[in-house]
Ligand binder design. Structure first.
Ligand SMILES: Nc1ncnc2c1ncn2[C@@H]1O[C@H](COP(=O)(O)OP(=O)(O)OP(=O)(O)O)[C@@H](O)[C@H]1O
Ligand SMILES: [Mg+2]
Length: 317
């Protein structure tokens, strides 16, 4: 069973000039266990989707389910199995972190032991006696994560969990989220930090202008990038370029090497063509496509000037 199911989800916010169509028939599924990355540029609709998942707002059409339960109207029946952070989590600023978590723990029927465990997991042990007012943004994010973990949730729904964290904090939280996913929990996170997502997520969905433009394993999504190529290093670059060009390859020179725009599966043809002409390859490897490159390619429409000036009118179903 998919832990999160989103089906033809639409959300139209009313307003001037026809309002905003924030989600336009979004479809995706999050399987049980592991880390799922939900990516998209600013305004793509990530937070709107998460709000629909948690029944904080009402979709205009379509449906979402968490743990097999329809979000709209019924999320309360499964909410004790869901830990969530939507945007910056709110705490009582004049209370200590400990007191804030104790209050929540009381609400969930948990005790001091769970609070201690949550503080340790997020790296806040030792700072629990500080007032939340004096917490940095990164510390508040961690406290939010601690609060989400108190319930020992099956599912974690996190909107930008790395927001405000320094590089060391990002690495730490990344390790924690990966661990939670490996424990069999389902971690669903929205993010802009593509390198981080590529490093920890098993699957991703990419949202652009309210539409899901790609989803699948990180590997599958990387495969959607058009920029497949092979890097070749030889001693005589001009000669090698000539040979490959004559062999029908699309070549260009880059940093003391040659880039061949071709499926890496054709590497043996490249080495053969060069070897026949007594040029021996020093290095040959597929060019790594990053999630960032694929993301920029797939969300290019988002940066259209026309789009910035004139959002599309909604056409309600
Ligand atoms: N309450 C609201 N009323 C009107 N429009 C809204 C509202 N909330 C969001 N929007 C619009 O809906 C679109 C999607 O916004 P959303 O916050 O879901 O994007 P996001 O992907 O979370 O962006 P970000 O990366 O900046 O957090 C945007 O165009 C936004 O301006
Ligand atoms: Mg958002």
């Amino acid at each position: 069973m998919a832990v999160i199911e989103v089906e033809r989800l639409r959300k139209h916010y009313p307003g001037f000039h026809g309002g905003t169509l924030a989600l336009d028939r979004v479809d995706f599924e999050v399987p049980e266990g592991g880390v799922f990355g939900f990516l998209g540029p600013n305004g793509a609709g990530k937070t709107t989707t998460i709000r629909c998942l948690l029944d904080l707002i009402r979709p205009s059409a379509g449906e979402c389910r968490v743990l097999g339960t329809k979000s709209r109207g019924s999320i309360s029946t499964v909410i004790d199995q869901i830990g969530a952070i939507v945007e910056t989590p709110a705490f009582f600023p004049r209370f200590t972190a400990q007191r804030n978590l104790d209050l929540l723990a009381g609400l969930y029927g948990m005790g001091r032991r769970e609070v201690r465990g949550a503080l340790e997991r997020v790296g806040l042990a030792g700072r629990e006696k500080d007032l939340v007012r004096g917490y940095s943004l990164g510390m508040k994010q961690r406290l939010g994560l601690a609060a989400a973990l108190l319930k020992d949730p099956k599912v974690l729904i996190l909107d930008e969990p790395a927001h405000g964290l320094d590089p060391a904090g990002i690495t730490e939280v990344r390790g924690l989220l990966r661990q939670l996913g490996d424990e069999g929990r389902t971690v669903f996170l929205s993010s802009h930090l593509l390198a981080e997502v590529q490093a920890i997520c098993d699957k991703v969905a990419i949202l652009s202008r309210g539409r899901c433009v790609a989803q699948g394993t990180v590997r599958e999504v990387l495969g959607r990038g058009r920029t497949t190529g092979v890097l070749v290093r030889v001693s005589d670059i001009p000669k090698a370029m000539q040979i490959l060009d004559a062999g029908g390859f699309d070549v260009s020179e880059a940093d003391d090497a040659i880039t061949v725009t071709a499926d890496p599966a054709r590497s043996s043809e490249i080495t053969q063509a060069l070897a026949t002409n007594e040029l021996y390859v020093q290095e040959i490897r597929p060019l790594q496509v990053t999630l960032e490159e694929v993301f920029l390619e797939l969300t290019a429409d988002d940066r259209d000037e026309a789009w910035l000036q004139e959002p599309p009118k909604s056409n309600d179903d």
